[in-house]
Design a binder for this molecule. Structure first.
Ligand code: AMP
Length: 233
């Protein structure tokens, strides 16, 4: 199933009176959420919360959260909503998040969207915009099969082999276990079944949803992200 690009599908305010933008990044595995999220966080000067990174770090540290998450991570299945909502609430309570936050892969089910909405309402805040990164499945599979990640700083790379040194920090590049073909199939199916309905949920809750054509260079996609966000300001 191809996921095609589209223009912004709603208009509204991406900036809230409290000043803190909360921007959700949605998209299947390999769509470039992590890379674009880093860029956007640096551009806007606000932190990024990538729940996948938090879970992998917890697994590396051997914490109870990491132990609970391991089997879900390896199979490419979603960890329970209550675990994710706990991570999100903690991150939203950090002082840095008062300026805003980019949520990368942090909302993947309708119950998570609902839980986030009520947590934010309690803080007098709301989601500013949802960016959906659209990439055809063939391209996702191509990207993921040539993807490695630094075991130290977690930076993802396309086309650098496992075992190579990380250009950013000198750590070692490894393949993610959930980037193996079986887990990738599961993750794509999970996205279609559990995460795509989140897009319609936000549309019906009057949150601007911006579809981004995520094919092309990192710079081109970043420019589309900026244009998309400007369109809803
Ligand atoms: P990612 O790094 O975003 O590709 O996430 C890797 C894995 O972490 C996913 O396949 C899930 O097992 C888990 N995960 C990350 N974010 C969530 C979330 N919001 N809900 C449930 N599971 C998640």
């Amino acid at each position: 199933m191809a996921r095609s690009a589209a223009a912004p599908s709603a208009r509204g305010s991406a900036t809230r009176p409290d000043g803190g933008r909360i921007i959700i990044l949605l998209g299947p595995p390999g769509a470039g959420k992590g890379t674009q999220g880093e860029r956007l966080a640096a551009d806007l000067g606000i932190p990024k919360l990538a729940t996948g990174d938090v879970l992998r770090a917890a697994r590396r540290a051997g914490t109870p959260l990491g132990l609970e998450a391991t089997s879900y991570l390896d199979r490419g299945e979603l960890v329970p909503d209550s675990v994710i909502l706990g991570i999100m609430k903690e991150a939203l309570g950090e002082p840095a998040a008062a300026r805003g936050v980019i949520l990368d892969g942090a909302v993947r089910t309708v119950p998570q969207a609902e839980g986030l909405q009520s947590a934010l309402a309690g803080l007098g805040r709301a989601v500013s915009a949802v960016l959906v990164f659209d990439v055809p499945d063939e391209e996702l599979v191509r990207r993921i099969s040539s993807r490695t990640i630094c075991d130290a700083c977690q930076t993802p790379y396309t086309g650098l082999p496992p075992g190579a040194p990380c250009p950013k920090c000198g750590g070692t590049l490894v393949r993610r276990k959930d980037d193996e073909p079986d887990a990738v199939r599961t993750r794509l199916a999970v996205y279609t079944r559990q995460t795509e309905p989140v897009i319609a949920w936000y549309q019906t809750h009057a949150v601007p949803v911006i579809h981004i054509d995520a094919l092309g260079s990192v710079d081109d996609v970043a420019a589309r992200v900026r244009r998309g966000l400007r369109a809803v300001e």
